[in-house]
Ligand binder design. Structure first.
Ligand SMILES: O=C(O)CCC(=O)C(=O)O
Length: 250
């Protein structure tokens, strides 16, 4: 993987895929621990999908092995994310998107679309957030890969939307083998596609933002103090999440 090539791809197309990147064993351990939590959540929230029909978003737990430092502090991923933004980026969201059987195509959309300067919504700005995602299973055409319209992160929203409608820009399905990592600019237009299988499709995401940016737009879990304490100071400085049960005096 050439970091400079991936940075150029992100800047040009709004997304890139690192193939294969994370060890499968790390993801399998995450999935084994997370699956009962996910199934319980789906059971309780079957009738209250929060991302459209038969689509759920839930905050990921920080208890290992659902959480692994390798996911957040990977040297290759951080080089790319820092290369696009700056050295001081922080991670501020850790969640999972789950379409289940019955889900449909989402409307084409951008995430976190509230403009930084409302008086200039189409002002072309340097990137100030990126999302890094990987599947807890293979993500194939049958279980609902995300589709992304390349280059639309740098276009006025109306023009981007029109270009896709007129098929001047083609939506690209992003299938992912276990271990592959998708890095994308959340303003590149995209949509979820239907999961046609009985197995929930879990795509987990870490959001990295420039240190000065905050929007509290998604629910997150707290980081247990013991987990936070097990990290190096440099790693602690990259995580911007509430810390649970921090003893007084810390
Ligand atoms: O889960 C996916 O494939 C995409 C989800 C998404 O873009 C959303 O819910 O905003």
């Amino acid at each position: 993987m050439l970091v400079t090539d991936r940075i150029a791809e992100l800047q040009e197309r709004g997304f890139c895929v690192l193939k294969p990147h994370f060890p499968r064993s790390l993801i399998q351990a995450c999935r084994d621990a997370f699956w009962p939590i996910l199934l319980d959540y789906l059971e309780r929230n079957r009738d209250q999908p929060n991302r459209g029909e038969h689509r759920h978003y839930l905050a990921m737990p920080f208890e290992p092995p659902c959480f692994a430092p390798e996911f957040f502090f990977d040297a290759g991923i951080l080089s790319i994310v820092r290369g696009v933004m700056d050295e001081r980026v922080v991670a501020d969201q850790w969640g999972c998107d789950v379409p289940v059987l019955g889900s449909k195509h989402q409307q084409l959309h951008a995430d976190y679309r509230r403009p930084l300067f409302p008086e200039a919504p189409d002002l072309l700005l340097p990137t100030y957030m990126l999302v890094v995602s990987f599947g807890l299973t293979d993500i194939l055409p049958a279980n609902g890969p995300i589709e992304i319209a390349p280059g639309t992160h740098r276009m006025p929203r109306d023009q981007a939307q029109r270009s896709v409608e007129l098929a001047e820009i083609e939506l690209q399905p992003v299938t992912l083998d276990l271990g592959d990592v998708l890095i994308r600019h959340p303003w590149a237009l995209h949509r979820g596609t239907p999961n046609l299988t009985d197995t929930p499709r879990a795509l987990v995401t870490i959001r990295y933002v420039r240190r000065w940016y905050a929007d509290c737009s998604r629910e997150v879990n707290s980081l247990p103090f013991a987990v936070w304490q097990s990290l190096t100071t440099e790693q602690q400085n990259i995580l911007r999440f509430p810390i649970e049960d921090r003893p007084s005096g810390w």
